[in-house]
Design a protein around this ligand. Structure first.
Ligand code: G3P
Ligand code: MG
Length: 250
């Protein structure tokens, strides 16, 4: 099984402090800012195509209304996903997971692929993503970058463990749950991703690592906060500002 080890700095939703999250612009900027890995959120359209989008609803990050799952890919592709961030990114489009994989291969980026289903759509979302990746692998597609799969949805992670067992998996939580050992073991996770304010201590990080898990925290936008977490033994952080953190951390 692959290992979920990633570098110390991962660009969260691309360089999402500098460009609209989860877009081509944010991914390109992450690479330009020196990141070697990105985190992305993947949902599906009404017609079952995996696309990059964080929220269930499309109104915060586009000029549309309703849920991602309520719109076909063609409709989603007609939206402006950049103006909400700044005029400079007006006309930025939603991108499909397939386009993101090609982009990552072009820029030599690893991907933490967070399965981000609309509520109730956990299984179809995980399934569409698994089928796309499995097909690419079967066709020896050279656009497949290194990938670590994660999700807050245990259903999605169970599906990934079954159908994407050739990819590394990380369990994703807000805070370490009491049953973290069984949850991570059940999905074959080799890392745990936790909120930066999840009250980690040197002891709790050691316990996770002694159990064979890498530990990553989201979302850390100051170098001092990143250094504090690294000093506890955390392996790396997700940040909206990879350039800032890379300038101050190795
Ligand atoms: O995968 C880490 C982090 O992205 C999880 O939270 O809400 O930013 O997707 P969120
Ligand atoms: Mg995410």
């Amino acid at each position: 099984m692959s290992d979920s080890k990633m570098p110390m700095i991962i660009a969260h939703r691309g360089a999402s402090g500098s460009a609209p999250e989860n877009t081509r612009a944010a991914i390109q900027m992450a690479a330009e800012h020196g990141a070697t890995w990105i985190e992305i959120d993947v949902n599906i359209s009404k017609d079952g195509i995996p696309v990059l989008f964080h929220d269930d609803g499309i109104s915060r990050c586009s000029n549309g209304e309703g849920l991602v799952i309520e719109h076909t890919l063609t409709k989603l592709q007609s939206l402006d996903c950049g103006s909400w961030f700044s005029e400079q990114f007006k006309g930025e489009k939603i991108i499909t997971l397939e386009e993101c994989l090609e982009l990552a291969a072009e820029y030599s980026l690893g991907i933490n692929l967070e399965i981000k289903p609309c509520s109730g759509w956990e299984l179809p979302t995980a399934d569409a993503i698994a089928k796309l990746l499995t097909n690419k692998r079967a066709n020896s597609d050279n656009t497949l970058p290194p990938i670590v799969v994660s999700s807050f949805s245990h259903i999605a992670m169970q599906h990934a463990a079954k159908h994407l067992d050739w990819l590394a998996r990380s369990s994703l939580f807000l805070v370490t749950p009491p049953d973290w050992k069984s949850l991570t073991t059940e999905v074959g996770a080799s890392a745990i991703h936790l909120h930066a304010n999840s009250l980690l201590t040197e002891e709790s990080v050691k316990e996770l690592k002694d159990h064979g898990l890498h530990v990553y925290c989201y979302t850390v936008n100051s170098a001092d906060d990143a250094k504090a977490l690294i000093s506890l033994g955390v392996d790396g952080v997700f940040t909206n500002y990879p350039k800032t953190l890379l300038a101050e951390l190795p």
